[in-house]
Design a protein around this ligand. Structure first.
Ligand code: FES
Ligand SMILES: [Fe+2]
Length: 339
């Protein structure tokens, strides 16, 4: 039977929930992800935290009017104070604290300009981390910038599958790719690495600038299903080695929608005025390429018997790898491989 989504639950992994710049000092932001409500806040030390949204007293949402006091958040309704672990530390009009009541707190990290939360269906702690990009990179690359943020009616599995799907590149992203081939994948626990070689099209960013069809390669490292880092290396006929770095994050909002952030940076290979042009073009190219996938993602289904052909890319490896992140294991897709 075909179904819109292969899994009906959410994977256990790190997920991007906000840009660092959106969470001001002592800022409070309501969040809705994984079909639940949360409150994200930055304490007076500048450290971000996430709690379940609703105050156990009478159910007010802490994200709408909650105030930061030191390392606590004050409920907007009756002013109870909750610490970052979700324990009540003060009831302003009573001397007794509620016992055995706690708001669930969630693991949070701030990495590469993004606030990440670890979601686990059973509330288990993370056993792996998403690394910072090496400091040294910022000497030779432009600062990471948000390309855009999209709300897409899709599921994380379709989104992941699309990013390792080779055959769609020269069909959907015709303006950018002429051809692509796989250079292999590596799987190591929560990490999946996909390497590809690509031939870019004349109308694409790099080719447009240098009037040639450049060759390129890309290595994408997935840290769990919700966060990936890609390094593109594009060799132009003028012997200029262009570099593009993208970070994609996809976070389930609920069973229907995914919140997608894309960040990018380019290698500083040209004098300043040209770099501004290169940055603008890279941003446009990355956004356009992703937007071409949206109508496909919003309407595709998961087939119970997909036909996998040689040249499709490492779809099956990707499905196998991603299954480790789910608490509930459905029957894996029964793909028929055609050579
Ligand atoms: S609802 Fe939060 S203090 Fe009353
Ligand atoms: Fe795509």
């Amino acid at each position: 039977m075909n179904q819109r989504h292969l899994y009906s639950t959410f994977p256990n992994s790190w997920f991007g929930v906000a840009s660092s710049e959106d969470l001001l000092p002592r800022g409070v932001i309501p969040l809705h992800y994984f079909g639940k409500d949360f409150v994200l806040f930055r304490d007076e030390e500048g450290i971000p935290h996430i709690l379940d949204a609703h105050c156990p007293h009478l159910g007010a949402h802490l994200g709408y009017g909650g105030r930061i006091e030191g390392e606590t958040i004050r409920c907007p309704y009756h002013g109870w104070l909750w610490n970052v672990d979700g324990q009540c530390v003060k009831v302003p009009y009573a001397s007794k604290l509620p016992s055995k009541v706690q708001i669930q707190s969630w693991p949070v990290r701030e990495v590469n300009g993004l606030i990440l939360m670890y979601y686990h269906a059973q509330g288990e702690p993370p056993h792996w981390e998403i690394p910072d990009l090496p400091e040294s990179i910022w000497e030779t690359w432009t600062p990471l910038r948000l390309v855009h943020r999209w709300k897409v009616r899709t599921n994380i599995l379709h989104y992941l599958e699309n990013s390792v799907d080779l055959a769609h590149l020269s069909n959907v992203h015709t303006q950018t790719f002429k051809a692509a081939k796989t250079d292999g994948v590596e799987m190591n626990g929560s990490i999946f690495i996909n390497r590809m070689s690509q031939k870019y099209n004349l109308s694409s960013l790099a080719a447009g600038m240098f009037m040639s069809d450049p060759d390129g390669s890309v290595t994408t490292t997935y840290y769990g299903p919700g966060y990936d880092v890609s390094f593109y290396s594009i060799q132009t006929k003028m012997n200029l080695n262009l570099g593009l770095l993208t970070i994609f994050t996809g976070t389930p909002i609920d069973e229907e929608y995914l919140d997608i952030h894309i960040f990018f940076s380019v290698k500083k290979v040209l004098p300043q005025p040209f770099m501004q042009v290169l940055i603008a073009m890279a941003r446009q190219d990355v956004a356009r390429t992703f937007e071409q996938d949206i109508p496909i993602l919003e309407h595709k289904v998961s087939l119970s018997h997909p036909l996998i052909y040689e040249g499709d890319g490492p779809l099956q490896q990707c499905w196998r790898w991603v299954s480790q992140f789910y608490s509930e294991q459905p029957a894996l897709t029964n793909a028929t491989v055609q050579q």
